[in-house]
Design a protein around this ligand. Structure first.
Ligand code: MIC
Ligand code: SF4
Length: 636
């Protein structure tokens, strides 16, 4: 067996491990973050589950930590109290980014983890099998339910050689993305192996598994070896180590070879993570902003390296440079290793240990500005500035641009400094988390006025008559559907309010048109719903009356979120029919004759358009019931 199959078979509750078939997995750990967590815990409460049944569940607050106005602060108080009541560890704002903290403090090789954030596969860097999921799926897992996925194909990514010069782990994944595209990983797990693996540290590996999300992959994973043991030992968790890897004769569905000696510094151009080119090709381009951090590149090793590059230098006066450490431990290590001084003296701005500019929580670039970010997504407008030109780069490339104020050719950078993974003695950090009481039943859950309970949805009508309210292209992200930023994200626990922003940056008339339509349909091209796991991108459209998505293809997590909230995910049988459903068309669908995984016909006037549903029998039942919460109630 390969490593993925080993962990899946050890957690298999139901199903068979043949690609595409449904498998239900026992989930050992869960994580949530604040922007998706409020909804997840409201759902946990709605399911009347008194205490979580997982080995470990953690609630992180890292996305919106600004606490501008009461809404955001109230959300944090709700998360704090609901965690204590239900046996969940609470990570207060400022402690760090969920994925970096989880890697340092909780992730274990061989364990299963689901998180209400698409970058949960970061924990694959330590050998955990980790999936991003919608909040409702995470709530169900906290309640002890298995997590159901389509058994992925397992891709062997064979790494040989070692990185040279200024190339880093980030460049490996940017290279892979440029080769495979943002939909190249759909339905697949990327399992890394080969002699190159041992040359990469755990945080390097986590950078790669983190951005496997941008490939659309189900997840990515590295073996657990002596580097993993070293990392866990430094984090004071040697006892969590087990050696794990594929059998020597393991079979895979596909194979990719990467010779690490051939990797060069890369930059993903605006506005997609798969638009990578060698940095050398961009030499000369002026850079207005450099942002270093995010769950992709905010480890001590990354920031220590940046500090070595910036040491004794001044950042370019025309470039705004900001740095967010991934966790308090990273911050303390930087302080104790005297690296913070070098960063501060360079003139860079130091931000809180949180997601920050990555999701547009401040740090927006200037109008039309070029921003270099060590992050994982450069979708148009995500930075908060619609016409900004965002490039994704490694910490090395970012630091060089910070000094030079422009992209320069790596051939001119001289000798790269050695990467240091840890300080001599890794400090033990006190009071990072708030532990739940042994019995939380007396804890009062405090809800502010912005926390609105979720209303029940009606079942799918037997005859669905609906209007096509928007006709979209390929690769529509959840950031297009529901933008982030402080103003909108503070409404994540208030569906009626947040639904006013659906497609706001794409089409201002969307909300009123959809409300007027009563029942509606969205038509899209390939890979609809890629990116974030935010279930609000399904829940809020459902609130506005959207009953079906008809697309050429759909991204995994978003598709599951659509099912959870009773929206039919349909795909065209003939891709050419995509043009036959323009905005304003009216469709009729007889839902009584629909069969799981079968074809149905959309009637559009005289025309009949065949569509497929790819749903299991249970998923079809869930949608017919009007969504998962209704379904659970019916079952009970
Ligand atoms: C993101 O990177 O897009 C986010 C913000 O972390 C999202 C979660 C969210 O929208 O709350 C994700 O990746 O799932
Ligand atoms: Fe936070 Fe950005 Fe990572 Fe999402 S991608 S979890 S917003 S740091």
């Amino acid at each position: 067996m390969n490593l993925t199959e080993k962990i899946i078979s050890g957690h298999l509750v139901e199903g068979e491990m043949s690609p595409g078939a449904e498998v239900a997995l026992r989930i050992d750990q869960t994580l949530t973050q604040d922007a998706t967590g409020t909804m997840a815990y409201l759902q946990l409460e709605a399911m009347r589950i008194p205490r979580v049944k997982t080995e470990l569940s953690v609630s992180y607050v890292d996305h919106n930590t600004l606490q501008m106005g009461f809404r955001n602060a109230d959300d944090h108080r709700y998360l704090r109290t609901v965690a204590a009541r239900h046996g969940v560890i609470f990570s207060p704002p400022g402690t760090g980014i969920c994925h970096q903290l989880h890697l340092e403090c909780f992730a274990k090789p061989g364990k299963t983890l689901i998180g209400s954030d698409s970058h949960t596969p970061t924990a694959g860097g330590i050998g955990a099998l980790a999936f991003g999921a919608g909040g409702l799926s995470v709530a169900l897992a906290m309640g002890g339910a298995p997590y159901v996925i389509a058994m992925p194909k397992v891709v062997k990514v064979h790494l040989s050689g070692a990185l040279t010069g200024w190339a880093s782990a980030k460049d490996i994944i940017l290279f892979l993305l440029s080769r495979l595209s943002v939909k190249g990983g759909v339905g697949k797990v990327f399992e890394y192996c080969g002699p190159g693996v041992g040359t990469l540290s755990v945080t390097d590996r986590a950078t790669i598994t983190n951005m496997g999300a941008e490939l659309g992959a189900t997840t990515s994973i590295f073996p657990s070896d002596t580097r993993t043991l070293e990392f866990l030992t430094k984090m004071g968790r040697a006892g969590d180590w087990v050696e794990l890897g594929p059998d020597p004769d393991a079979a895979y569905d596909e194979e990719i070879h990467i010779d690490l000696t051939e990797i060069v510094p890369m930059a993903a151009r605006p506005h997609m993570p798969d638009l990578g080119v060698p940095v050398a090709e961009l030499a000369g381009l002026k850079v207005d902003q450099v942002a270093i951090g995010s769950c992709t590149n905010s480890s001590y090793a990354d920031l220590e390296l940046v500090s070595q590059i910036l040491k004794g230098k001044q950042v370019n006066p025309g470039t705004d440079v900001m740095i967010s450490p991934g966790s308090k431990r990273v911050l303390v290590m930087l302080t104790e290793g005297k690296n913070l001084r070098a960063l501060s003296d360079s003139g860079a701005r130091l931000l809180e240990c949180s997601c920050g500019p990555c999701i547009g929580m401040g740090g927006s670039p200037v109008s039309g500005g070029v921003s270099l970010r060590t992050f994982n997504r450069n979708f148009e407008g995500r930075s908060g500035t619609k016409d900004a030109q965002v490039y994704l780069v490694s910490p090395e490339t970012a630091a060089q641009a910070a000094i030079n104020g422009r992209f320069t050719d790596p051939a001119t950078w001289g000798e790269p400094p050695a990467r240091k993974e840890f300080t001599e003695v890794v400090p033990d950090i006190a009071n990072l988390f708030v532990m739940p009481p042994a019995d939380g039943s007396e804890v009062e859950v405090v809800r502010g006025p912005n926390i609105v309970p979720i209303k029940a949805f009606d079942p799918l009508p037997q005859r669905l008559e609906a209007e096509v309210v928007i006709h979209l292209g390929d690769n529509i992200t959840t950031d297009h559907i529901l933008p982030a930023g402080p103003e909108i994200t503070s409404l994540r626990s208030n569906i009626p309010a947040i639904s006013r922003y659906i497609f706001g940056r794409v089409d201002e008339g969307f909300v009123s048109r959809t409300e007027n339509a009563g029942q509606s349909v969205i038509v899209a091209g390939e890979n609809y719903g890629q990116g974030s796991s935010r279930e609000h991108a399904a829940l809020a459209p459902r609130h506005l009356g959207v009953r079906a998505i008809v697309a050429k293809s759909l991204a995994r997590i978003h598709r599951d979120n659509l099912v959870n909230f009773g929206i039919l995910p349909l795909t065209f049988v003939n891709q050419a029919d995509y043009n036959k459903l323009p905005q304003g068309s009216r469709i009729v669908l007889d839902t009584t004759t629909m069969t799981a995984g079968g074809e149905s016909r959309l009637k559009v006037g005289e025309l009949e358009i065949p569509v497929r549903n790819n749903l299991t029998a249970k998923e079809l039942e869930i949608i017919k019931a009007g969504g998962m919460l209704n379904y659970i109630r019916e079952q009970a």
